[in-house]
Design a binder for this molecule. Structure first.
Ligand code: FAD
Length: 379
């Protein structure tokens, strides 16, 4: 067992770290303030291979494994939770769904565009269907070779700028888990209505909006995966999605630790740097210890999935622990900064707002505990 990165993995991480320092760190606060996704970053991300980390080279991707994606997401989240969230969704549920269930024609059509700067959005949640995702009401009605989609989706990340939507809808009459299918819907389709972006607490440079489907018609070639197999596929995607969101939490926690350490060295009270007051030193010690533990869980889950061992329990544990750790660490980082951490100009103020999403998206912490508890009892 070796807990260190290989030289190739370290070099990859360092490359993404340089990208994040150069292109993300200086602008992240402004993007958050403007509450709009910085579209101008897409060509830069594409050139750096960050729009197709896990997409095979044949479709314009890098052909790397989940472990590399986790390294990349931590580096981006170190400076910006919003961009990390956008990239996490892009890889795990948009490109990931196409790779898992797409036909060759669907992959040929969409993956080169997505790795080249097109934006995708994935729509499962609805107003009354969040944690209980199989209770969605959006319906796909079939008439000859045409599917007609009716319903409304909530919290769709990047909907206002998306070129392609993956929409989960009921196709199996009353069946829930075995009666949901996924459909590809192109932006601009008649009957597709994108609501106003929601004003969020954090990750404000992602654009999240409700989406209405008023008789949107798609052909049979738009069915993504097996008929009535959409919910099963979505649950498989969640294993990856949870690990990737765990990496986002680790990146934000590391950002908090680094900012708090730097502040604790510089800020002087009672004649010495505050880091030399034991209470502050202990806070930094706890922050560092918990962040390392979270990273180890995320890396274990990513390596397991990458080696083909799908471990739902390990993915849920990684996400749960990393998300709750990062929230605690962010809270402490603000405390270390005192009043300066409470100002909008402080990066840790933004990280504290961004990190809360990690306890909600891709399944809340309560849902992770349900998943882990059930798995333990199953034996
Ligand atoms: C910024 C953002 C981006 C998102 N992006 C997307 C996206 O791109 N696509 C998409 O489909 N969805 C997206 N979501 C939706 C997200 O997946 C849901 O918000 C999440 O699954 C929780 O659902 P909910 O908000 O309806 O809360 P609810 O499910 O209503 O939960 C409310 C509370 O009840 C708890 N709870 C619920 N059931 C149980 C239970 N059985 N036992 C114990 N506690 C329980 C929850 O843990 C939570 O604390 C996004 C959400 C946000 C905030």
């Amino acid at each position: 067992m070796d807990f260190t990165l290989s030289s190739e993995q370290s070099a990859y991480r360092d490359k993404v770290r340089s990208f994040a320092r150069k292109h993300v760190a200086p602008l992240a606060a402004r993007w958050d303030e403007e509450e709009t996704f910085p579209r101008e970053i897409l060509p830069l991300l594409g050139d750096a291979g960050l729009l197709g980390v896990t997409v095979p080279r044949a479709w314009g991707g890098q052909g790397l494994d989940l472990f590399h994606l986790v390294l990349a997401i931590e580096e981006i989240a170190r400076y910006d939770g919003s961009l990390a969230l956008a990239l996490a969704a892009h890889h795990s549920i948009v490109c990931g769904h196409l790779l898992l269930s797409g036909t060759e024609a669907q992959k040929d059509s969409w993956l080169p565009r997505l790795t080249g700067g097109a934006v995708g959005a994935w729509a499962l949640a609805e107003g009354q269907a969040g944690s209980d995702a199989s209770s969605i009401k959006t319906e796909a009605r079939s008439t000859e070779a045409v599917w007609s989609l009716w319903g409304s989706k909530m919290f769709v990340t990047q909907a206002p700028l998306a070129d392609i939507f993956i929409v989960l809808a009921m196709t199996g009459g009353g069946a829930r888990h075995n009666g949901i299918s996924a459909f590809l819907v192109e932006a601009g389709a008649a009957g597709l209505r994108i609501g106003k972006p929601l004003h969020k607490m954090g990750c404000r440079a992602t654009e999240t909006a409700p989406v209405g489907l008023h008789g949107v018609e798609v052909g049979s070639e738009a069915l993504l995966g097996e008929l009535n197999g959409g919910f099963r596929d979505a649950m498989r995607l969640l294993d990856v999605g949870r690990v990737v969101m765990g990496a986002m939490a680790v990146g934000l926690a590391r950002g908090c630790l680094e900012e708090a350490t730097s502040f604790a060295r510089k800020r002087r009270q009672f004649g010495r740097p505050i880091g030399q007051h034991q209470a502050i030193g202990w806070m930094l010690a706890d922050m560092a210890t918990e962040t390392d533990a979270a990273r180890l869980l995320v890396h274990r889950a990513a390596a397991g999935i990458g080696q083909g061992r799908v471990k739902t329990r390990e993915a849920a544990m990684a996400k749960l622990f990393a998300a709750e750790t990062a929230s605690r660490v962010a809270n402490k980082a603000v405390q270390v900064h005192g009043g300066y951490g409470y100002l909008r100009s402080s990066p840790v103020e933004r990280y504290l707002r961004d990190v809360k999403l990690c306890e909600i998206g891709e399944g809340t912490s309560e849902v992770q505990r349900l998943v882990i508890g059930r798995d333990i009892l199953k034996g």
